[in-house]
Write a protein that binds this ligand. Sequence first.
Ligand code: PHE
Ligand code: NA
Length: 461
Amino acid sequence: HAAQRPLWSNRLGFVLAAAGSAVGLGNVWKFPYIAGVNGGGAFVLVYLLCIALVGVPIMMAELMIGRHTRKDAIGAFAALEPGRRWWHGAGWISVAAAFIISSYYSVVAGWTLDYVWRSLHDGFGALAPSVIESQFGTLLENGLRQGLWHLLFMFLCLAVVIGGVQRGIERWSRILMPALLALLMLLFVNGLRSDGLEEALRFLFAPDFGRLSADAWLEALGHSFFTLSLGMAAMITYGSYLKPDENLFGVSLRVAGLDTLIALMAGIAIFPIVFAAGLEAASGPGLIFQTLPVVFSQIEGGALLAPLFFVLLAFAALTSNISLLEAQIAYLIDERGWSRRRASVCVAGAAFTVGIPTALSGNLLKNWHLIGERTFFDSADLLASSYLLPLAGLLIALYVGWFWRGEAEKAELIQGGCGGLYPLWHGLIRYVAPLAVTVILVNKAIQAGLWQVLRRLLGLA
Ligand code: PHE
Ligand code: NA
């Protein structure tokens, strides 16, 4: 079997595919927004620290697990620890997270397609700001419309993954990632020329540590996980297609570097024009889908910039979602012996089906609460990105840092060079990463009220 297993054709192919996974809605939408809300420059520094000290070490660990076992995330843990089934849970949690996230990520990606369509078809220029802002709410209340875009987006993802590792994922990453960079470059240069540039740079980069709360640290840590696609089996799976002599330090730094660069460039593309228009920068989920279209309706060249921006977002989302699908497909191929065609169709079909209640959670299923007062959408997001991801990350860090047989592990990582960095990485994955992720999880548990439950159980309350 090992002989027929696919591999990336070269390092660049892998880096583009892995960066395609990492660069997504998290970079273009979420990063600029949370940076603004959490104190701007100081938060950006903390975020960079989290990427370097926690994100990159865990990415190396995931790539290492994948490359060493040459298997999907579940098969990898089964191969590493055949007798200790407890560890297989780390693989199952990651693939479950990939499944849940791929279902709703596609719905959100569908919104970007809706905005590509809108900006080309109606244009934003002829509409009043209040009309533009109301369009987002109208879309959220239109389950059928969201469902159709979700279907189209999932179909595009299926068309890519069905082509396989080299001829599907790698080929499309080689096309879409440079295209995304070129589009971002246009919007970035446009931001540099804007009157709001100075205010935007101050907003994003001048550190004001007085505004940095404890929550900001947690948010930075959590986001460093999501933005690098960690804890979702994606990097284990993509690592499993790496050639054995690839330098894991080098490729991890390239992928994390690209992800960070694109997040920062997105901030400089978005905020100057938002400030120049005198609009609110910290407007949350509406920043991309409400504030920005208003900006595009008012500025010169907006009729061109708007579709470019939403195409960029759609590309970013596409290469991310295919990595989530591939993580599940690899399991069905490696462990269940399915054909790629069958696995791709079933995974995309299942993710589409589970995404339907997400698409409907703004109207038909508005009152269908799963966890607390949350809609189906919010419950899925909470479960996957707040609990499953950090949990998988913790297990992976603990496994690689403490339980994996030392020698094989070491040989694996220093293959291809940078052996001198091994002690640094080992210290980070052994102590810093598990500790940091535990803090996130404990904090989530406290927020969710688990603490009260525990106190009551222990008779302390
Ligand atoms: N990293 C992606 C982003 O920043 C999200 C993602 C997570 C994609 C996990 C694939 C796997 O948006
Ligand atoms: Na990202």
